[in-house]
Design a protein around this ligand. Sequence first.
Ligand code: FA5
Length: 332
Amino acid sequence: MIADLDTLERVALDALARTETPAALDGWKSANLGPQGILKTWMQRLKEASRDERPALGKRLNEVKGALERAFEARAAEVARSAPRADAVDVTEPGIPCGLGRRHVLTRTIDGMVDVFGRMGFSVADGPEVEDEWHNFTALNIPESHPAREPTDNFWMAEHGGVRRLLRTQTSTVQIRTMESTPPPLRIIAVGRVYRPDTHDATHYSMFHQMEGLAVDEGLSMADLKTTLLQFARAFFGPEAEVRLRPSFFPFTEPSAEIDIRMQVRGQWQWVELGGCGMVDPNVFASVGIDAERWTGFAFGLGVERIAMRRYGIPDIRWLFDNDLRFLRQFG
Ligand code: FA5
């Protein structure tokens, strides 16, 4: 019987060493030390043992019980230490799906436009969105008294160090910055945000994007301007697109024109106005120190939102800035 108790102790201690969880520990405890457990059964057997056997057996039974109880306490402490905390990461939980991003429809439009003009030899130039009066007005042949400088037409900023600045109202500022720093011949486009206090409606927003184009070389004419715009229109809107230049006025070009492009809008051919253009005014060349007797230039400014709206059939400019993913996801 003593040998049986030795076996019981070894088997119980082995099983205890394999317990990993509080539930397994509970199960072990009730099987071995509990009121219905195996040691209780041995207590019964002790009563049935002979007088001679009983003292040794009782002593050994107490030793085994003490050993199992101590071992249980030690194992319970180990399991508690290694058990995951309630706030720990559950690695079996499915992960949070991570959506694939995509380019905004305006970015796609800009990338497509840059691509077309890039193939025609235009490189990309840049300028600041906070501008001074020289680059936004004066150098562009817009005099002090011109209504375009009115507070109601501009986002003027507080005067700083005697310099008045504003959020640029057009990317034509980059024409001036480029000609100030780069001698001709040159051929650049510039894309970016411009700001005007226009009331928001289906075709107007107070912040929008323009793409400016400028070419300065010897012997350029309106024919070069129109050809460049026609190549763009056909590459961007399809081989049947056409360009019409409607006489207009801009202080920095002479002659000046509105750019209309004929394209299919929901199955219907329509002339759509997309920007302004013209031959660089000699006064502009004078303000940046370029000899107008030798050099000629053409420039154009296209409204990027208007182009995106035509290209993708978007009827309201405000949808471009609402950040509603249900709308934006359509333009993967
Ligand atoms: C200009 O801004 C001239 N700088 C264009 C230019 C460049 C002329 C070079 C000659 C030489 P305009 O104000 O018309 O022109 O604006 C150009 C285009 O910007 C418009 O045809 C239109 O497509 C777009 N646009 C103007 N105002 C808004 C607005 N509030 N919201 C969205 N797009 C606008």
